[in-house]
Ligand binder design. Structure first.
Ligand code: GUN
Ligand code: ZN
Length: 435
């Protein structure tokens, strides 16, 4: 049975052009800079697309050899990149009353058990991927479950939609309930099989996926590190230093490690394709190490607020920071909503997050940190035509706010604060309409 909500849009024309207000980045905007030279905004321009790739942009209307889609007066952005999100957690989103460790035990682990069933894994992947697209997210770094079939289903679903997806089977061989643990031998076999079948196939990549230090034995962590060392093109995703009780637990479990991050560093898991979720309670030495290794932190503001985990120190981060929903700890797949939450997290720290830094972290910044800047995250010739068309405003309140904006940052900031998936007018993946 399929629960897919995919609509059957026309196959994409080979050559087509999209008109709208084009916004992307040519560099990383400086922290706090409202007037930034890194922003490229071409009001009422045409983006030219051929065979699923962007081939140019221009002010004048292209000739009749191009199929034209007129979105004049709407905002065109690169598809968003969610660098940390859990497919099997849609059903626990908005669960009441706990911090991280109790939340995992009470809600998340029981829900993930159901993904042992291949039909549940497939249905879950379809709903999840369609929900990402409906939120304007065209690429993602995703946690499956411990079950091999859950990663398979995500890879197959992403392949069918042409999406850029990075995922892997979750490694966890302790401190988890029956039905949600693997063992080192079986886990390694499953990883190798999934890597052979899906890694570097089309737009798919494999991520060695350590859930977090407490749910893997030292032997399993060593195996995960060995996989990464054997193939530098593999990604790695995990959680680190999210919650204070979690950090204390890791210190008790790994007394030999200097810090939580050091548990990963000792086995070779901190590298330039490592995506470390949260990183709220890292110390100064950890931060320098992440920067030296070229790894990134996926900042998950909605989750951090909802689970009461803490306020991420973005302004002083020496490493790459990308933006992530962390659903179901996070309460929305919409990255504009997460940008709004990120602003509030910084406000509570006495800092100001510009729309530019937030948007960059969800597009070009994430793409570059994933070593995928040539493919995604921008509206430049040569990149995949993964792009979304957004209404500047939905409803009378947002419309009044939009009309009152005097300059571009004010307008985009109000957009990111008020917008969500209801603002999405169209979503294209590799030039093909999916929403
Ligand atoms: N740490 C370990 N597992 C998880 C998870 O599923 N969600 C979050 N937010 N943190 C985790
Ligand atoms: Zn997470």
């Amino acid at each position: 049975m399929s629960f897919t909500t995919q609509k059957n849009f026309e196959p994409a024309p080979r050559r087509w052009a999209l008109r709208g207000d084009l916004l992307d980045f040519t560099a990383a905007p400086a922290w706090g800079e409202v007037a930034s030279a890194a922003v490229r905004f071409d009001r009422d321009h045409w983006l030219l697309i051929e065979d699923g790739r962007i081939v140019g942009r221009q002010a004048h209307e292209p000739d009749a050899s191009w199929v034209r889609k007129d979105h004049a007066g709407q905002l065109v952005l690169p598809g968003f990149i969610d660098t940390h999100v859990h497919c099997p957690q849609l059903e626990v989103i908005g669960s009441y009353g706990t911090e991280l460790l109790d939340w995992l035990e009470r809600y998340t682990f029981p829900s993930e058990c159901a993904f042992a069933d291949p039909a549940r894994s497939r249905a879950g992947a379809e709903v999840f991927l369609d929900a990402l697209l409906a939120s304007g997210t065209t690429a993602a770094v995703v946690f499956a479950t411990v079950h091999k079939v859950s990663a398979e289903a995500l890879f197959q679903g992403a392949m069918a939609r042409g999406m850029r997806l990075i995922t892997g089977k979750v490694l966890m061989d302790r401190h988890a309930p029956d039905g949600l643990r693997d063992d080192v031998t079986r886990a390694e076999r499953d990883c190798v099989d999934l890597i052979q079948r899906f890694h570097c196939q089309g737009r798919l990549s494999y991520a060695v996926t350590v859930r977090f230090a407490p749910t893997s034995t030292p032997e399993q962590l060593a195996m995960a590190g060995a996989l990464c060392r054997a193939d530098a093109s593999l990604y790695m995703q995990t959680h680190v230093a999210e919650n204070r009780a979690e950090v204390e637990w890791v210190a008790r479990l790994f007394p030999e490690a200097r810090s939580y991050l050091d548990v990963y560093e000792r086995v070779g898991l901190v590298h330039e394709r490592a995506v470390l979720a949260h990183g709220i309670w890292l110390d100064a030495q950890d931060k320098v190490l992440i920067a030296e290794r070229g790894a990134q932190v996926a900042h998950c503001p909605s989750s951090n607020l909802f689970l009461g985990s803490g306020l991420f120190d973005w302004s002083a981060a020496p490493f790459n920071v990308s933006l992530a929903s962390d659903v179901g700890g996070g309460t929305s797949l919409s990255l504009p909503r997460n940008m709004g939450d990120a602003y509030k997290v910084q406000a509570l720290r006495g800092q100001r997050l510009t729309a530019w830094t937030a948007l960059h972290a969800a597009t070009r910044g994430a793409a570059e940190a994933l070593q995928l800047g040539h493919e995604i995250g921008g509206l430049s010739a040569g990149q995949a035509a993964d792009l979304c068309v957004w209404d500047w405003a939905q409803g009378p309140v947002a419309a009044a706010r939009d009309a009152a904006a005097r300059e571009l940052h004010e307008r985009v900031f109000a957009w990111m604060t008020l917008a969500d998936e209801r603002n999405l007018a169209a979503c294209y993946v590799a030039g093909r309409q999916r929403v």
